[in-house]
Design a protein around this ligand. Sequence first.
Ligand SMILES: NC(=O)c1ccc[n+]([C@@H]2O[C@H](COP(=O)([O-])OP(=O)(O)OC[C@H]3O[C@@H](n4cnc5c(N)ncnc54)[C@H](OP(=O)(O)O)[C@@H]3O)[C@@H](O)[C@H]2O)c1
Length: 223
Amino acid sequence: MSVNDLGVIAVIGGTGSEGSGFALRWARAGLDVVIGSRMAEKGQRVAAELSERLDGVTIRGADNLSAAAQADVVVLSVPYESQEANLAGIAEALPGKLLVTVVAPLLGEKKGRYKPAPGGSAAMEAQAQLGDDVRVVAAFQNVGAHHLADFDHEFDCDVLVCGNRKADREIAVALAGAAGMRGVHAGALQNAAVAEGLTAVLISINAIYKTRSAGIRITGLPQ
Ligand SMILES: NC(=O)c1ccc[n+]([C@@H]2O[C@H](COP(=O)([O-])OP(=O)(O)OC[C@H]3O[C@@H](n4cnc5c(N)ncnc54)[C@H](OP(=O)(O)O)[C@@H]3O)[C@@H](O)[C@H]2O)c1
């Protein structure tokens, strides 16, 4: 799948460190990107700041609902605690679309100790909230924000993509490729709990090894 097939990508919470980093990488790869914020003015301001980093490429900014409404693919990049409220705010724009969630719940007292989301995973909770008219895929939970805005940094990691339909996972795999990473089909949305749990594991590894770039790599795949 080519990036030209992906259409408009909206990043909800694209003013934050994770979402803005992916917005930058995707726009740089030629994707049409709009970032959303709870406040339109903030979305526009941050989008203008991000665009300054790009040579002749513009990232647009909007309120979250407007961003979702103009998108073909909606990426959710907000803190888990605010997931439900943010989804409620954009739900009317989502039927028929693909929602790629990067949300990783960090519920324990210590972020490096995994505690599952009550609904099985943040991704399963999103799917339950949005219903069957919205296709939810989980991806990017194991990619730290630290190096995303550094275009010289080559990511030595894989992106687990969990979702119930192969065609939907292919879109997230293409998004991973556009960001300079390898996307790996990792099965049904139910498996997102594992990817979300790995985020806590990676936070612990980062702390123990005093780094900020621990990631995962799947071995044994055909070339
Ligand atoms: N940071 C990482 O290294 C990393 C790695 C893997 C996964 N993730 C996941 O990616 C998601 C985003 O991470 P992040 O580090 O970018 O988060 P963040 O900077 O704390 O928040 C991202 C954006 O969420 C929006 N937001 C909406 N409701 C909010 C609320 N009640 N409180 C605070 N912000 C709210 C804010 O945008 P507006 O104010 O403009 O609405 C904010 O800029 C999280 O679910 C995280 O678990 C992050």
